[in-house]
Design a protein around this ligand. Structure first.
Ligand code: N2P
Length: 359
């Protein structure tokens, strides 16, 4: 009997300790159960009122963190630490995460609002069948400029950025594939080029742009351009839309040598603890009215066909931000070039930044 008691007490104590350790582990990374959803998204990329609405409707508390570039996001996820339930990467980063087993397969039966997505944005090469990712926003890359500060110069080509009249007048978005892409596109190369001679050439070309570059910045690029702190910016289309909403003197063009069309999709990473809540969140975001509200706030183009009906024609009819397939078919989607090549792009970008600091 004594023995039985001893075993019973030992098992009880072990179970108690296990519960303690698990809840310590959970609370140490900000997770406190299925009532919490940890979201990792680009900065300025959701209407905060929608987060409140989701919390009210579901009783799930949203813990929210932001990033500035796919590279920053990938580094943080790889390092571990926070157990994110929702992440919103772009095309090539999704393909990389999928290839490395970092994503959970989605249960489409829990995302009935998926039917609202325009088929043009579904079943793309980075995730055929949308097994792991659901479209969030899409757009292009281009040049925004202020005609009053650029004396009527034309910006229909990337080459225009190298004009010696633009000394310290250009702001660049702080993202490796985008900036190296400007160098590649200006030379007539693909954004997915893996020839290191071409990449070195693009790097040297970018170094020649250095005197014109005022700064390489994150989300503050919108505020700086709207306040006319610089005349020209290399930006994502939706940021251009927000800037032009603030200051209607500016204009946005997709340069003629080519550019990227990108798609940011919602994924559930392997680390997720609240998979049920993550599906609820995805379906909530895809609700046409919620999507329309988010689109008005964020400024980027929505892939949600049903949401378009709730948006004013001045937004959805603006071909600079909602280009048709005739334009996007000639643009490139970034491909996952593999670990080594992506590392090479990142290194070149860092070297370019260092070169700028030294200059
Ligand atoms: C939002 C940035 C959108 C990212 N601030 C483009 N992929």
């Amino acid at each position: 009997m004594k023995k039985v008691m001893q075993v019973f007490i030992t098992v009880f104590l072990a179970a108690f300790a296990l519960v303690g350790v698990t809840s310590y582990l959970n609370s140490s990374n900000g997770y406190s159960g299925a009532d919490t959803l940890t979201v990792y998204n680009w900065g300025d990329y959701i209407d905060p009122d929608l987060i409140d609405k989701f919390q009210r409707e579901t009783g799930i508390k949203v813990v929210y963190e932001t990033f500035d570039s796919n590279e920053a996001m990938l580094t943080k996820i790889a390092r571990g630490g926070t157990a994110f339930d929702i992440v919103i990467p772009s095309d090539y980063a999704i393909n990389k995460m999928k290839a490395e087993g970092m994503l959970i397969r989605l249960d489409h039966s829990k995302i009935p609002n998926l039917k609202h997505i325009d088929p043009r944005f579904l079943d793309l090469s980075f995730d055929e069948g949308n097994k792991y990712s659901i479209p969030y926003f899409w757009g292009t890359m281009g040049i925004i400029y202020n005609p009053e500060l650029t004396q009527g110069k034309e910006f229909s080509s990337w080459e225009a950025l190298w004009d010696t009249d633009l000394r310290s007048e250009i702001l660049l978005v702080d993202s490796a594939r985008e900036v190296i892409g400007v160098g590649l596109n200006s030379l007539g190369y693909s954004l997915n080029d893996t020839d290191t001679d071409h990449l070195q050439e693009a790097y040297r070309k970018l170094c020649e742009l250095t005197p014109n570059v005022k700064a390489i910045v994150g989300d503050e690029i919108k505020m700086l351009l709207a306040n006319e702190e610089a005349a020209v910016g290399v930006v994502w289309s939706g940021d251009a839309a927000i800037i032009m909403d603030e200051n209607d003197k500016l204009d946005y063009v997709i340069p003629s040598e080519g550019s990227m069309v990108w798609l940011d999709n919602i994924v559930i990473p392997r680390t997720a603890r609240n998979i049920e809540g993550a599906h609820l969140f995805i379906n909530f975001i895809l609700d046409p009215e919620n999507s329309a509200q988010n689109t008005e706030y964020v400024g980027y183009a929505t892939p949600n066909a049903a949401a378009l009906e709730y948006l004013p024609e001045e937004i959805t009819g603006d071909e600079r931000f909602y280009p048709g397939p005739d334009v996007t078919d000639n643009l490139e989607v970034l491909a996952n070039l593999g670990k080594r090549m992506l590392g090479y792009y990142n290194e070149l970008f860092l070297e370019f930044k260092m070169h700028r600091k030294r200059a």
